[in-house]
Design a protein around this ligand. Structure first.
Ligand code: ADP
Ligand code: ADP
Ligand code: MG
Length: 667
């Protein structure tokens, strides 16, 4: 076994790898960019090496710099995690040339599976069923459009170098083919530097089921059962589970055999995942699943497999890479109970899941799971850490294991409802609502489930009554005084005859509401806004707050952030900004007059020109941020007065489009 390894990654996966290495007594070296100098993975590693500026291309993707760091620190091996350099065969060769071990498959295996088109041709030869479609060399529009017609619509255009659902477009009608092809190519080019695509039959009612495989250097290959990753949005996994709901013995036998066959065809070593797509129009059928791709690395969702098998896949990776045989034989690997993983992201479901950035001023996870289930939180951040715009905005993975699917699912829901994050918008409430979805609860999943019920799943829940009042009390800071153990402090603002009223404002800017708060006694306040006032009692039990008063009965927790107060109640949260009196009024633009960038990014494509009349919902420009393209559409009818040019780099809040004033349009 190795005595010291370098982890060429960041975030939760770097932290995850360090944990296992430490348990096995292996020393760890982290690498970090300028943006990650204070990151958790850096703090946890035995040693850390700075490798460059924040941009991944100049740090986590900089192979030569990472290899130099490995040599300088005297490690024997490099673990790539997932993403970044994990599936880069040139990196593997460079690592080996430097006399180090790459903890993963051979460069040849990665190459064989690296491009989806070549991989499908290879699998076809090996006798593994592949998704029907065109995966040849031709790339011009006419050929591809003809192939699409032969395959039959709907079709899916896919980047051959794709990953993470990027560079993929579903096309329902031949008229839309050219535009979808252009968009898929653009996204592929910028994410992978390769704009080759393949065209596949779009499977009608698809389920994504993948098989975890493991090989060693002695020719052994085993599988560790399947995971179902059908809950997706934009072809990206949202909640994964193991085993797959409704899995039959016949289907499992067919899929795991096909997966092992695929791995053997490329003499696979290490952890890998063979992804299949199943058409479940008629339920799970052993003759209705096809190979999609093989991911030659550890997968984001590997923890669900660990939970149902009781094995540590990172430990297996380390053992196999150091030359040991697989720790177990196929017959000794057993499945027990059911596990789920939910990916907690800094993103805004109510705004088309726009990635968000921010500082996690408050971060609280559930500590135990309900119903005897086990809870595991894989996070790469701590309270106070920032979600930077340079990397994937995943905050944590919430993982549960229970004796059966129902137990595990309700434990997942409970854990999500207990998750509290302030400082950035997140998908926590969306995930919690998903766990309560009837179809999901029944195990009736497919990749279209989220999209079909998107409105219900993303409509922000109503905050219970009293949230605003509670926010005002918390923001005022008076509750700390009124609830203080110090009797003098508690009564500092208290005067029986003439209670002073503290002024307090809550935003957002433009809709500021002013309150006056009077302390009536310990735990008791009067809150006035305009002509109305309400007497409230606020009790505190540890982190929990109970606010009662006329018509209000609110159990909640609260967190202060740099710019306001976030209230958490009933599995949902709401942020109340506290206006900064020093902020000048210039930012209070008329609503609808300008469209601003919701996050930092690059103006990729501009669809309209100044002077154009546009309709509500009409695409105006494409903003590329976080490696994804986001369509910015007109919020209302109007005339475009000014629009940024293609290629402009924007900050969050930069004006993208300015509309003409009403009068000008009417004239
Ligand atoms: P998986 O297929 O492992 O479940 P995804 O499909 O969500 O995970 O992601 C696929 C790929 O997207 C990853 O292998 C990686 O290339 C990229 N990716 C995902 N998360 C990250 C991350 N945190 N940092 C960099 N790349 C990532
Ligand atoms: P990536 O490398 O981005 O993970 P995949 O080929 O694995 O790309 O596809 C990602 C997801 O897109 C799948 O999990 C599935 O939901 C959907 N998908 C892929 N191919 C098809 C298809 N032919 N028909 C329907 N959905 C598909
Ligand atoms: Mg995939």
């Amino acid at each position: 076994m190795f005595s010291r390894i370098l982890i060429a990654n960041r975030g939760e996966i770097a932290v995850r790898i360090i944990r296992t290495a430490r348990r096995l007594g292996i020393g760890t070296v982290a690498v970090y960019s300028d943006a990650d100098a204070d990151a958790l993975h850096v703090a946890m590693a035995d040693e850390a090496v700075h490798i460059g500026p924040p941009a991944a291309a100049e740090s986590y993707l900089k192979a030569s710099r990472i290899i130099r760091a490995a040599q300088e620190t005297g490690v024997e091996a490099i673990h790539p995690g997932y993403g970044f350099l994990s599936e880069n065969p040139d990196f593997v060769e460079a690592v080996e040339r430097a006399g180090l071990v790459f903890i993963g498959p051979s460069a040849a295996s990665i190459r064989a599976m690296g491009l989806k088109d070549a991989a499908k041709r290879l699998m076809e030869k090996a006798g593994v069923p592949v998704v029907p479609g065109y995966h040849g060399e031709a790339q011009d529009l006419v050929v591809l459009a003809t192939k699409a017609r032969e395959i039959g619509y709907p079709v899916l255009i896919k980047a051959r170098a794709g990953g993470g659902g990027k560079g993929m477009r579903r096309v329902d009608h031949p008229d839309d083919f050219a535009e979808a092809l252009a968009a898929a190519r653009r996204e592929a080019k910028s994410a992978f530097g390769d704009d080759h695509v393949l065209v596949e039959k779009y499977i009608a009612r698809p389920r994504h089921i993948e098989v975890q495989v493991f090989g060693d250097a002695h020719g052994n290959v085993v599988h560790l059962f399947e995971r179902d990753c059908s809950l997706q949005r934009r072809h990206q996994k949202v909640i994964e589970e193991a085993p797959a709901p409704g899995m039959t013995d016949a289907m499992r036998a067919a899929m795991t055999q096909a997966a092992v066959k695929a791995a053997k065809a490329i003499a696979y070593r290490g952890a890998g995942t063979v992804e299949f797509i199943a058409d479940v129009s008629d339920g799970l059928k052993p003759d209705a699943f096809w190979f999609m791709e093989m991911n030659t690395r550890l997968q984001v969702e590997h923890p669900v497999t660990e939970m149902v098998t009781g094995l540590d896949l990172v430990e297996w990776q380390l053992r196999v890479a150091s030359g040991e045989p697989l720790p177990l034989k196929q017959a000794d690997i057993a499945l027990s109970g059911h596990a789920f993983e939910a990916r907690l992201y800094a993103e805004d479901p109510a705004r088309g899941f726009l990635p968000a950035i921010g500082t996690l001023d408050h971060l609280h996870f559930a500590e135990t799971a309900a119903d005897g289930a086990t809870l595991r939180i894989d996070a790469g951040v701590r309270e106070g850490d920032a979600i930077a715009p340079f990397y994937d905005p995943m905050i944590a993975k919430i993982i549960v294991h229970g004796k059966d699917r129902g137990t595990a699912l309700s434990a997942l829901g409970a854990a999500l409802r207990e998750t509290e994050i302030a400082g950035s918008v997140t998908n926590a409430a969306f995930l919690a609502r998903l766990t309560a979805h009837e179809g999901f609860a029944a195990g009736d999943v497919d990749t279209g489930l989220i999209e079909r019920d998107l409105d219900a799943l993303t409509t922000p829940a109503e905050m219970p009554r009293g949230a605003r009042e509670l926010a005002a009390l918390v923001a005022s800071g008076l509750i700390d005084r009124a609830a203080s153990d110090d009797p003098w402090g508690a009564l500092a603002g208290y005067s029986h005859f003439n209670a002073p009223a503290y002024p307090m404002s809550l935003g957002p800017a433009g809709e500021t509401e002013r309150f006056a708060i009077a302390i009536d006694g310990p735990e008791r306040f009067t809150l006035s806004a305009g002509d109305s006032s309400v007497a409230l009692r606020l009790r505190r039990d540890g982190r929990n707050l109970l606010l009662t008063g006329s018509g209000i009965f609110l159990q909640a927790t609260a967190a202060r952030t740099a710019d306001g107060v976030t209230i958490f109640a009933g599995g949902t949260s709401r942020h109340f900004p506290v206006p900064n009196p020093l902020e000048n009024a210039e930012s209070e633009a008329l609503p609808g007059e300008r469209l601003t960038a919701p996050m930092p990014g690059l103006v990729k494509q501009v669809r309209v020109s100044p002077g154009d009349m546009v309709k509500k919902g009409q695409p105006l420009l494409v903003l590329e941020a976080m490696k994804m393209e986001h369509m910015i559409a007109a919020p209302h009818d109007g005339m475009v007065e000014e629009i940024l040019a293609e290629g402009e780099q924007v900050r969050e809040g930069t004006t993208l489009v300015r509309f003409a004033e009403e009068e000008t349009v009417g004239a």
